[in-house]
Design a binder for this molecule. Structure first.
Ligand SMILES: N[C@@H](CCC(=O)N[C@@H](CS)C(=O)NCC(=O)O)C(=O)O
Length: 312
């Protein structure tokens, strides 16, 4: 049985990115389905406050954000690589897709025709609860209007189609998939889930064929796990130790310092703990939960702010 545990839900785009990466790398994984809206007590027991989807667990180590999860999976299974040396701009392109493209895609898809397809005639109270949850989740952002999203998405999809054509395909950077293919694909996968509104993809030659190609990679082999089992794995895992990490010198923080780490874009609930790992790419805090035990929660540096606190 695999020790890679993904906490996710089927309709989550960033989870689809990670599921496809499991498929690309031929990795087996355990699948824990988590709620799409708050409250998420079992999620917070493991993450200490981070509520975004997905996150990955290996024993008593918790990895937040799909960009970091992709790096961890690359370290676990280096071949085939997500980061070929021939495509140095794949990482910033992925970052753009995970932010600007993603929000244009979400706003476009959440127009009435997309919503009724996506939610399949939901009860009004379901939509109300979902809307209230997402309003709180994105309260720190200035959201696009449909007019903004329409203009931006048209421009973005045109650039992607031109890139594919210029490279001669089959992938965004030529002969092999990169992290950029997976980041762009999850945004377009979400648009496809909007049924009739997905016609926008077909306005750009080659994009639907490219998306079919990425999605055909599949999700690899997974087995279900309950969130209670995952919490028990964390509690037992601390005894076996955590993944190695250390606080690098000259980075502005000291090991053992009380800190909070929070996303800088949206869903910015801070996670408080003791600093145990810091590098140019990653920050790690140690925290203890009465059910999950002592866990190390890992975040990427890009997209997160670390703050010194009085006490952990
Ligand atoms: N930067 C994060 C973004 C994750 C994100 O925005 N996930 C969405 C779902 S795809 C989310 O958390 N929605 C609210 C929720 O699931 O509670 C990542 O790369 O993992």
């Amino acid at each position: 049985m695999s020790d890679l545990i993904l906490h996710h839900y089927p309709s989550s785009p960033f989870s689809e990115k990670v599921r496809l990466i499991f498929g690309f790398k031929g990795l087996a994984w355990r699948s824990v389905h988590i709620p799409a809206i708050m409250p998420k007590p079992d999620v917070l027991a493991l993450t200490g406050g981070y509520r975004k989807t997905p996150f990955m667990q290996i024993g008593a180590d918790i990895y937040c954000d799909s960009a970091l999860i992709a790096r961890v999976l690359e370290a676990r299974q280096p071949s085939p690589t997500l980061y070929p040396a021939s495509a140095p701009l794949a990482v910033p392109l992925a970052q753009w897709a995970d932010s600007a493209l993603f929000w244009a895609a979400v706003t476009w898809t959440m127009q009435p025709a997309g919503v009724s397809h996506l939610f399949n005639n939901p009860a009004p109270e379901v939509m109300k609860a979902f809307g209230a949850d997402r309003a709180a989740f994105t309260g720190s952002m200035r959201r696009l209007t449909l007019a903004d999203a329409t203009a931006q998405l048209g421009s973005y999809l045109g650039s992607l189609a031109a890139q594919l054509q210029q490279q001669g395909g089959p992938w965004l950077f030529g002969g092999t998939p990169t992290i950029a293919d997976f980041s762009v694909a999850h945004a377009l996968w979400f648009i496809r889930r909007g049924g009739p509104v997905a016609e926008i993809i077909g306005r750009h030659a080659g994009l639907n064929e490219w998306l079919d190609r990425v999605l055909a990679i599949g999700h690899g082999r997974s087995e279900p796990m309950s969130s209670a089992e995952a919490i028990a794995v964390a509690a037992a895992g601390a005894a076996g130790g955590h993944a190695f990490c250390e606080v690098g010198a000259g980075l502005g923080f000291e090991p053992g310092q009380a800190v909070t780490v929070a996303a800088t874009d949206y869903g910015s609930d801070p996670v408080a703990g003791t600093l145990v790992g810091l590098s140019a790419d990653e920050v790690v805090v140690r925290r203890t939960d009465e059910r999950a035990g002592t866990v190390h929660v890992h975040f990427p540096r890009i997209g997160f702010q670390i703050k010194k606190e009085q006490s952990a």
